[in-house]
Design a protein around this ligand. Sequence first.
Ligand code: AMP
Length: 114
Amino acid sequence: MSDCLFCKIVAGEIPSKSVAQSDTAYAFYDVAPQAPVHVLVVPKVHITSADEVASSHGGIIDDLVLLAQRVVEIEGVRESGYRLVINVGADAQMSVPHLHLHVLGGRRMEWPPG
Ligand code: AMP
């Protein structure tokens, strides 16, 4: 989608700090980290949110989680634990309408979340 921030990041039109990528997904550091490790994992194709995911997307959620597993290995938090978050819609304060997985780690996190 031509006016989508994360589509532009995937296309390299807006700079990002890469962590890893697969055929279908791209992982990069969040510009405003909420934890010592805060990486976003996004599909390379535009999907507006988790609410739009369909079987025709070919297991994209699996692909995001598999790339997140590589990210936590790279970032050294696989053993200590981490949180995977997908915000959907206004009440979750989703701010970028392109499906993304937040990978958060490196500190003890609150539960339940605020
Ligand atoms: P969400 O609130 O779930 O939609 O998360 C969007 C995330 O994108 C936020 O954590 C932002 O800090 C992050 N973000 C926004 N713009 C950029 C950017 N240009 N590069 C990296 N992360 C970004």
